[in-house]
Design a protein around this ligand. Structure first.
Ligand code: CA
Length: 246
């Protein structure tokens, strides 16, 4: 993404979808159609580019064609899951033998067969996004949680990031605990504020963003392009805890 495009995006609440597709006619149709449906669109035309564009833009959702040059959709899916819990919808041609069990094991969220109707595709995209939103986040208040290189010990109220202790204020600790305990799920701004500041909280909702910013400064390797605490535009935040490489 060019800097100017990134600047245009700031302040917007349109979800960003990464379309991984090597057939130009599909790409063109999706660019126009998804834009009209309220999505921003990034495109990658092969499997290697898909991973590069993913790292550069951190999209909210991925449409992943199965038959791709350079790296297959299955390999792309597997590699994405090593670094992110981003929702992935796999798109395949009718003629292709698709191994849905394998794809589910690889971490795909849903499948669509070409040719598809745009309305059906968009409905599935919205459904996948909704499923990833957790209305009832769980927190086991006493349990030590470890994910994405962050270890949180509620009993001692200590936090370790990649082995080093960092000092968290009370609300920061509670917010991080909630995000870690629900890793991979989107927590809405309302849920986060309710759980951390209480349902009767009447302060500025910017408080949440300020706390997230501080947490990122403490736990992210590069706070300017966070990979652990992901902003889900227009919805809330999600902690992406990449699995350790196997
Ligand atoms: Ca293809």
């Amino acid at each position: 993404m060019t800097p100017s495009k990134k600047a245009q995006r700031s302040g917007q609440v349109r979800p960003l979808v990464l379309v991984v597709e090597d057939e130009e006619s599909f790409v063109d149709a999706l660019r126009v159609g998804l834009d009209r449906e309220g999505f921003d669109v990034e495109v990658a035309i092969d499997g290697v580019q898909a991973l590069e564009v993913f790292d550069a833009t951190r999209p909210d959702l991925i449409l992943l064609d199965l038959m791709l040059p350079k790296l297959s959709g299955i390999d792309v899916c597997r590699r994405l899951r090593e670094r992110s819990e981003v929702p992935i919808i796999v798109v395949s041609a009718k003629s292709e033998e698709i191994d849905t069990v394998l794809l589910l094991e690889m971490g795909a969220d849903d499948f669509v067969t070409k040719p598809y109707r745009l309305r059906e595709l968009v409905a599935r995209m919205r459904a996948v996004q909704r499923r990833r939103v957790s209305a009832e986040p769980r927190v086991d208040v006493g349990a030590t949680i470890e994910a994405g290189g962050v270890r949180l010990e509620p009993e001692t109220r200590r936090c370790y990031v990649r082995g080093e202790e960092v000092k968290l204020r009370r609300k920061e600790f509670e917010l991080l605990q909630l995000l870690l305990a629900n890793a991979g799920l989107v927590l809405t701004r309302e849920v986060l504020i309710d759980r951390v500041w209480g349902t009767d909280y009447v302060g500025d909702t910017k408080t949440l963003d300020v706390h997230v910013k501080r947490l990122r400064a403490l736990i992210e390797q590069d706070p300017k392009s966070p990979t652990l605490i992901t902003t889900v535009r227009g919805v809330g935040y999600r902690l992406d805890a990449p699995k350790p490489p196997s």
